[in-house]
Ligand binder design. Sequence first.
Ligand code: SF4
Length: 407
Amino acid sequence: MDLLNTLVDKGLRRELPTRGEALAVLATSDDELLDVVAAAGKVRRHWFGRRVKLNYLVNLKSGLCPEDCSYCSQRLGSKAEILKYTWLKPDQAAAAAQAGLAGGAKRVCLVASGRGPTDRDVDRVSETIAAIKEQHEGVEVCACLGLLSDGQADRLREAGADAYNHNLNTSEATYADITTTHTYADRVSTVQQAQAAGLSACSGLIAGMGESDADLVDVVFSLRELDPDSVPVNFLIPFEGTPLAKEWHLTPQRVLRILAMVRFVCPDVEVRLAAGREVHLRSLQPLALHLANSIFLGDYLTSEGQAGKADLDMIADAGFEVEGSGTTTLPEHRADALAAGGCGSGGGCAPCGDSASEEPPARLAATGDEAVAVAAEAAGAAGAGDARTDLVAVRRRGAGTDLPPNA
Ligand code: SF4
């Protein structure tokens, strides 16, 4: 297929696809799905081999958030029956991290609900980073604490944080539909503050919130422009007790198309298969390893993933290998740029949304609008399934263990 050959060539050169090409990936048929996965898999293997990086979430503070993100079980007014607790102590968080590290996780993601940290919260997290790094020298620590105020990114970097996560989640045009208590621009600003402080930026999206294909392409192109080192791709877990509880739009095939599109647009970036993979991919999870080079091990913040051992078995059975602590995740040009404090997109490509050809791919309709129509039709054909609330399990234990969460 001309489209896929073109996208592979561009992915190997880090050249930005056109919007039409990205939309066309989302509009491919089920008959073409394995070809799409194989093509994006070539790009994935070029930059990341057959390695899978494991990440482990520690929810430092759960629930009771004053923000109103409609997808979130921890939001203001959420009726989801999740665990709620305030800050874990550094030794408790370090013990929780230990469960994931013992399972092979290379990065620990320290997450706290809330609009953003106070300076006292940054102190707490700094102490937690020290406690984890004291026991595990080589571990990567990513903080995810919400919107940052001036100087907080620098303080986290000085405390030993390696990365900072703050997702764009959806397109700028639809952001106000999912959250009213902060803006898309607030989120972009926090990612940029993290980058300016020398933290490796992690920023991604949530698919399945009722967005159009054009919205998905918009947010992924915005991420390419923002140039984070890692892009988590979440698939909405429609929690009972949240405004999006009835939003069941995703099929396993659509999830794979979305991951392939992200890989083509952000070819040399750590694409992380994040929340919702078990719920929406179900038995097709192993195919996603050909697209993403990173996953969370075990559970999510407030919902259960599959057991950590099942994750490890899946990786081995699919012919992939867990990335060891001695291996640098990012391709050399990105790792060097991060070490130098510069833009990870390097030279020789068409980064940041500029200068890429806007020629439509051969198999597409000739205009962007028609491509959108084709994509919308395909999305409609996929259709919203019946609500599968039986698939959503609230988190009651630590990943891959019988321990309670974060213990
Ligand atoms: S700020 Fe974070 S914890 Fe709070 S509602 Fe939004 S996503 Fe959830």
